[in-house]
Design a protein around this ligand. Structure first.
Ligand SMILES: [Cu+2]
Length: 283
């Protein structure tokens, strides 16, 4: 399956080369000018270890580092507050009103965060996995689209919102594993279901854990983003769902089959920063 990623990367490269070969020959970065906006996108390409993300693949489940076999039935997460930096020290934060994205594993059309940033050559990208605390408490008129608390049909049917004080679910992963203990919380039906609903912004009424995490990605190794008005620069990231289990706070599913409101959510939030790996950039 690794081969599949490599061939996909080559395809992207060829497609990008065909699109922009005319304009790329001599291409000095334009002077950084905040008003000089051009299209830029970040692509969130979900994988599981060295395999493609497939849902409910019971015939060939994934195996985490602890040896648990598992399948995935849902994965979705918020990406927000996108920033880019040039090598010579300019940092640009995308207009915040246009910087919230809900990536849904089951809907490939949601895999791009499409924004505008000034023309320039960017060596660094950063974003929040989740929703910042300020936005979480804003008036509903400032929380439309993917931030609409009613979107997705509420918490029980794939929605990403708990309530005013708890806020948004930043990262939602569900699936099945024989390692889930019988009668685990949240598994009344005996389907051996695991659920990780990681959120909380440090809500102010009854202070919660703050599980907001920022991710910073160095683009110099796999491809600087050359943002220009005449093209679509796209930073292609692999998002390795396996790292939820195998990040720096490795755990087994039997120990934590169902994490939402517990302190352990912070340990999983720490793992979330390790999901994102820059594979290549299309310029
Ligand atoms: Cu690509």
């Amino acid at each position: 399956m690794k081969q599949k990623h490599i061939s996909r990367a080559i395809y992207c490269f060829i497609a990008a080369a065909m699109l922009s070969s005319c304009s790329k020959k001599s291409d000095p970065a334009p002077a950084f000018e905040e008003k000089n906006l051009a299209p830029f996108s970040v692509e969130f390409d979900n994988i599981v270890g060295d395999r493609t993300l497939t849902f409910n693949n019971t015939a060939s489940p994934y195996t985490n580092a602890a040896g648990d076999k598992f399948t995935v039935s849902m994965v979705q997460y918020f990406i927000s507050n996108i920033k880019v930096s040039t090598a010579d020290g300019h940092t640009y934060a995308v207009d915040q009103d246009k910087s919230y994205f809900l990536i849904k594993g089951a809907d490939k059309s949601t895999r791009f965060a499409k924004v505008e940033v000034p023309e320039g050559d960017y060596t660094k990208l950063s974003f929040i996995v989740g929703v910042d605390s300020l936005r979480s408490t804003m008036d509903l008129s400032k929380r439309t689209g993917v931030l609409d608390p009613a979107a997705g049909g509420g918490h029980d049917s794939g929605g990403m919102y708990w309530g005013w004080n708890a806020g948004y679910i930043f990262f939602r992963l569900e699936g099945n594993s024989p390692s889930v203990p019988d009668n685990a919380d949240g598994d009344p039906t005996g389907q051996k279901q695991f659920k990780y609903h990681i959120g909380f912004f440090g809500g102010y009424n009854a202070p919660t854990i703050n599980n907001i995490r920022q991710v910073t990605i160095d683009l110099t190794t796999a491809g600087v983003a050359k943002v220009r008005k005449d093209r679509q620069s796209n930073v292609h990231l692999f998002v390795d769902i396996m790292k939820v289990f195998n990040g720096k706070n490795q755990f087994n599913i039997a120990a934590h089959p169902n994490v939402m409101f517990s302190d352990y959510s912070a340990s999983i939030a720490d793992n979330l920063t390790q999901l994102f790996r820059h594979d290549h950039t299309e310029n």
